[in-house]
Design a protein around this ligand. Structure first.
Ligand code: G1P
Length: 296
């Protein structure tokens, strides 16, 4: 666990309808779909815990209680597994509840990502000078991005976001950064940020892949924004407001991998990537994939 973390609370917005995964998401929350054998939200919770978070606030909708339940102990199941001597399975079952303290905040209405983050404010204490926000649609590999962001907050203060480069024609799906260089090649100072711009209006091809280390000031900014892109209260707009008011905001450019779990195609790539690295499934999958690709 990181010792110099700039935050102790991580917020995971998980209230979406999961429309791109319908009909599965009629009854199963998207965040519980398995990447090999672990739900995506468990992977994100683990990333937060490894970066020093001791509390996770899951913001979800009233009908998605099972997302929070994944982090509760399961005494009956555990005692059955224990009696049967299934130690490895027992470890898997206990992993999520053992990662960090989980609290659930309810977002009654789907008013946007900014609104979802604001719903977590009552779960904070006076000790939370900054919070991490992790979007569970994004998997960032290898671990360590939040540590790099904490180090940048230590140096410059304010808020720090992760950035990745995407092809210019892909920017319209994201929050896009307007940056200035600093003396560190992969740390940029933000001059502005815009949510889902048209390609021709985008200030760069550096986008936000769902990892934010936000100064507590964000909650005040979130109260002052009005509906933006898609008619929703956007986190991007609250960050842009902070920048306009002189609050320091930097980005760390991520040079590793990122998986987009937000659509079935991206989810499949992540599952294959994780399965290939899995000692139990990797070798068999690779052999099958080689044959399958050769036959296509
Ligand atoms: C959200 C954010 C966007 C960010 C993206 C990353 O958009 O609003 O700024 O770049 O997540 O995945 P969404 O994908 O929810 O439309």
């Amino acid at each position: 666990m990181s010792s110099s973390s700039a935050f102790r609370t991580a917020i995971v917005p998980a209230a979406g309808l999961g429309t791109r995964f319908l009909p599965t998401t009629k009854s199963v929350p998207k965040e519980l779909l398995p990447v090999v054998d672990r739900p995506a939200i468990e992977l994100v919770a683990e990333e937060a815990a490894l970066a020093g978070a001791s509390k996770l606030v899951i913001v979800t909708s009233p009908d998605k209680a099972s997302v929070g339940e994944h982090f509760q102990p399961a005494p009956d199941l555990e005692s059955t597994l224990e009696k049967r001597g299934k130690t490895e399975l027992l470890e898997k079952v206990r992993r999520a509840p053992g990662l960090l303290d989980v609290e659930v905040a309810i977002q009654e209405q789907a008013l946007g990502l900014g609104h979802a983050v604001a719903c977590a404010e009552p779960n904070l204490t006076g000790a939370d000078e900054a919070v991490a926000v992790l979007l569970p649609d994004d998997l960032i590999l290898p671990n360590g991005a939040l540590d790099a962001m904490s180090a940048v907050r230590e140096r410059f203060g304010g808020s720090v976001l992760l950035a990745i480069e995407v092809p210019r024609e892909a920017v319209s799906a994201y929050g896009v950064f307007d940056v200035d260089d600093t003396d560190e090649p992969d740390v940029k100072r933000l001059k502005g940020m815009v949510e889902k711009p048209a390609v021709e209006d985008a200030p760069s091809n550096l986008i936000a892949p769902g990892r934010y280390l936000l100064d507590r000031a964000i909650f005040d900014a979130l109260k002052r924004i009005t509906p933006g892109a898609g008619g929703e209260l956007q986190l991007t707009d609250a960050i842009a407001l902070l920048i306009a008011e002189g609050h320091p905001v930097h980005v760390v450019v991520h040079r590793g991998e990122r998986h987009d779990l937000g659509n079935p195609g991206g989810f499949l790539k992540a599952a294959v990537d994780f399965a290939l690295k899995d000692p139990a499934y990797g070798p068999g999958l690779l052999q099958w994939l080689r044959g399958r690709v050769a036959a296509s």
